[in-house]
Ligand binder design. Structure first.
Ligand SMILES: NC(=O)c1ccc[n+]([C@@H]2O[C@H](COP(=O)([O-])OP(=O)(O)OC[C@H]3O[C@@H](n4cnc5c(N)ncnc54)[C@H](OP(=O)(O)O)[C@@H]3O)[C@@H](O)[C@H]2O)c1
Length: 306
């Protein structure tokens, strides 16, 4: 399994991680199999959030980790907080502290390797967040911090108040979700693709040595479904199949490899809860695409160049 550096930290993590958003649909035995499969594949990073399955995903993970052959220290365990579903985003100090305590309990661990703020809160007071992060770090409950779905201005605003350097920004990114690179390719043009939705977040992350974690790597739209084997995307599936045949691998491995080919050195958060799919998808970490192969897939997804 290929590894990546986590931000500026010097820590090494697997280039693909296991996201457990969908683990609430499994029983503990099934979840145990997923965790053991992941570790056997060389995956050492797990991503959760307090809201996944209303907390049940983390609970199932915690119970499964205990009964599995995997020990706590074989994994980086990450969670996220700051969303009160259906009500508000909440970066108040107390909410952040409670979110971490809740996750430690559900996951059955006494520290998180990293904690991310899930989505930017318009009412964010950076000093409140700083006070929460200091307390969490001093108590040993959280080792590293990051954000998710933040643009560079939001990162700068928060970072200026923090004593810890933000290590991660988790963003939706994949073959069918490329707005963060489209605008760069269309710079100085007047078409819609030249619109910068995210403030140059990839360039920012590279300059500031933040790891970008690509969430929902196989989805198109906002949870509209996956593009793999989807008849809505015949050209893309045909191009991925051709490349997969050439490289004796699967289409999903090509989709993973496509993200990892980017020099920003993303970490891909895989969401499958099927051990066979997990092995297929993770295999992409060890497949190298040429520059032309990368562009050919980009074109097959419906993109162009000026
Ligand atoms: N920060 C954020 O705002 C945010 C938002 C959403 C998600 N996330 C993180 O990202 C992780 C991944 O998200 P996701 O689950 O949407 O990602 P995903 O891996 O793109 O999609 C998972 C879905 O694709 C299916 N799938 C995956 N591989 C397949 C294959 N080889 N063949 C057929 N079907 C396949 C899965 O079904 P099977 O289980 O049947 O394989 C599942 O329904 C989450 O667990 C979470 O940790 C973060």
């Amino acid at each position: 399994m290929k590894t990546i550096n986590l931000g500026h930290s010097g820590l090494q993590a697997s280039a693909v991680a296991l996201g457990i958003m969908r683990m609430d649909a499994l029983n503990v035995d099934q979840a145990t199999k997923v965790i053991e499969t992941a570790v056997n594949l060389g995956i050492n990073y797990v991503d959760s959030a307090d809201i996944y399955g209303g907390g049940k995903s983390s609970e199932i993970f915690g119970a499964a980790l205990k009964q599995s052959s995997v020990s706590r220290d074989q994994l980086y365990i990450q969670s996220k907080g700051g969303i009160v579903p259906g009500k508000r985003y909440d970066f108040s100090k107390q909410h952040i502290l409670d979110a971490v305590d809740g996750e430690l309990k559900r996951l059955g661990v006494d520290y998180l390797d990293s904690f991310l703020l899930h989505r930017p809160d318009a009412l964010m007071e950076p000093e409140d967040v700083a006070a929460a992060f200091d307390k969490l770090q001093a108590s040993g409950k959280v080792r590293h911090f990051g954000v998710s779905n933040f643009n560079p201005g939001q990162v700068d605003l928060l970072q200026a108040a923090l004593n810890q350097r933000l290590m991660i920004n988790q963003l939706q990114f994949g073959i069918m979700h490329t707005n963060a690179i489209d605008f760069g390719l269309h710079t100085n043009m007047q078409d819609d693709r030249s619109i910068d939705h995210d403030g140059g977040v990839i360039e920012y992350a590279r300059l500031h040595k933040m790891t970008i974690q690509a969430w929902s790597p196989y989805q198109y739209g906002n949870f509209a479904g996956i593009f793999l084997d989807n008849p809505k995307f015949p050209k893309l599936n045909a191009a991925m199949q051709d490349l997969a045949d050439e490289k004796h691998t699967s289409k999903s491995a090509i989709a993973t490899a496509w993200i990892l080919r980017h020099p920003a050195k993303f970490q891909v958060i895989l969401g499958t809860m099927n051990p066979t799919h997990l092995a297929e998808n993770a295999a992409g970490a060890d497949i190298n695409l040429t520059r032309q192969e990368w562009y050919d897939i980009y074109f097959a997804a419906g993109n162009d160049l000026p």
